[in-house]
Design a protein around this ligand. Structure first.
Ligand code: AVI
Length: 321
């Protein structure tokens, strides 16, 4: 037994290394260099993201939390007794605990996440607040097809997709995800979804380029991960963090900009960056209610209710299949 564990970790590490390497080799060879944003979340990245959610400039987390606190009872009434909450990307379990607090006698909490550490944290947090709710974690990439635990039986499923994580998908990926989520959750399903709204750049930009420099560290950590996991030789000091608003696509983009002309080596391949050239590391799409409505309709969801905060920063939708 004691021997098997390190081996399992070694396998997971190998799988992580080869997937990251393949994405990086492809992304760095593209005319606009890019790295998929899912790689931002190793242990250090997840901890930095946790810090981001507590920054004064980063309004989404606290705004959504407040909306959920205000609406949890309404959502619980719509769900009825004995429903199961399925969270896509478990986060730290805090928002799920709020949602479950409004639900009459929930059947289960099912966090779905690719990272075992996050599943554990969400499970522990929810179990501490709601000790009578069974927790049935699913280790899976929620952006791909996965099966729900059979133990859920015929319980009504309430999908939960908070944080505006939907915004990190392109609109077409978002639509594919929502359609698949509808099939996974099944008949009578509900979906509680948080989406960040289009707003003034003076609010948006600082949320992704904070004064304390935490988002910059979060972004640069992606290069540190490539160095650590894939043996790349990125000089972190030779890059700077940049957050910019793309008006045509309604999104914040994060980039890492080369401070000087340089060559980076990864798995024996050399990649040249001109001074000022960027590596695109994340999209965070912002929505307006009309665009959200079209996205939901295209993926087969019907809006039961949608709520926002007094400053119209963030929106939480309650949808049914
Ligand atoms: C996880 N996701 C919804 C965050 C966002 O706002 O797009 C990730 C993030 N990137 C920079 N700051 C936060």
């Amino acid at each position: 037994h004691a021997r098997k564990k390190p081996q399992r970790h070694a396998k997971a590490d190998d799988a992580e290394r080869s997937a990251l390497l393949a994405d990086a080799l492809r992304g760095l060879a593209a005319p606009q260099k890019a790295l998929p944003c899912k790689w931002l979340y190793d242990e250090a990245g997840a901890a930095l993201f946790g810090e981001i959610t507590r920054l004064p400039e980063y309004y989404p987390t606290r705004t959504e939390r407040r909306i959920l606190q205000d609406r949890a009872a309404e959502i619980g009434t719509a769900a009825g007794p004995g429903a199961a909450v399925v969270e896509f990307g478990s986060g730290d379990g805090e928002k799920a605990a709020i949602l479950l607090g409004g639900m009459p006698n929930p059947a289960a909490y099912v966090p779905v996440d690719i990272a075992p550490a996050w599943l554990d944290e969400a499970s522990r947090k929810v179990a501490a607040v709601h000790p009578r709710v069974p927790v049935l974690p699913v280790l899976a990439d929620f952006s791909r097809p996965f099966a729900l635990p059979r133990a859920l039986g015929a319980a009504r499923r309430v999908g939960f997709f908070p944080g505006s994580t939907i915004g990190n998908f392109t609109p077409s990926e978002a639509s594919t995800f929502l359609e698949r989520a509808r099939r996974t959750l099944g008949d009578r399903a509900l979906l509680v979804l948080g989406a960040d709204l289009i707003k003034d750049r003076d609010v948006l930009i600082p949320a992704y380029d904070d004064a304390a420099g935490i988002t910059a560290r979060f972004n640069l950590n992606l290069l540190a991960r490539l160095n650590r996991v894939c043996g790349a030789d990125f000089d972190l000091a030779a890059f700077r963090h940049c957050a910019k608003w793309n008006d045509a696509e309604d999104r914040i983009e994060m980039h890492l900009i080369a401070r000087c002309s340089q060559t980076v080596t990864l798995a024996g391949r050399r990649f040249h960056l001109a001074a000022g050239e960027s590596i695109h590391t994340e999209n965070s799409h912002k929505y307006d209610p009309e665009k959200l409505g079209r996205l939901f309709a295209a993926s087969g969801w019907v809006i039961l209710a949608s709520w926002t905060d007094p400053d119209r920063l963030f929106s939480v939708g309650l949808l049914h299949a």
